[in-house]
Design a protein. Sequence first.
Length: 217
Amino acid sequence: MHTRLVDAGTPGAPTLALTFDACGGPGGSGVDDALIDLLEREQIPATLFINRRWIDANPTVTERLVASSLFEIGNHGTRHLPLSVNGRSAYDIPGTVDAYDAAEEVWVNHETLSALMGRPPLWFRSGTAHYDEVATSIAIELGEQPVGFTTNGDFGATAGPTQVAAEVLGAPPGGIVLAHMNQPAGGTAAGVAAALGRLRLSGTRLVTLSGGGGTRP
Ligand SMILES: [Zn+2]
């Protein structure tokens, strides 16, 4: 009989939200099947932030993820740009240039995800997870809550498994871990797998951003 590495957790124990970005675009449209398989096999709730370009490259996988009750789907933008009203860049990626551009960055993929899911996404994380204040309020007006992170789990999927595991295990109670699901050659899947045993021992409840999961089905 298969035993899950992470069980329902201890009632009242700290929660942890694992979030995985699918960034899309050139070099960013891969599918980390090992990670998705791990989450499904071990029944780990997670919030997946999916970019419009990744959806276009991976329509079948997207449908499967959207259909799963294990995952909550968030909006990772249309062109994967830092959300700004003046073009401010992050990591050398120029941001959206004005309020209209920022709204479009949120809204085009909002509509795509709404059609796929049958309901609008609740959460928004921009490409690079950078926002300015006005752009943040624009996303909220469009019905999506901008989300950052407490813990950089895989440093843009450049971290090896040991570092990913250490970051996940070092996340604060109630923390949000940002990692990636679009770089199958990275150490993310192996690192998350390596962290599961100690997460179980600590009683940590893994949840989606809306608080789903953490209860035994
Ligand atoms: Zn991204």
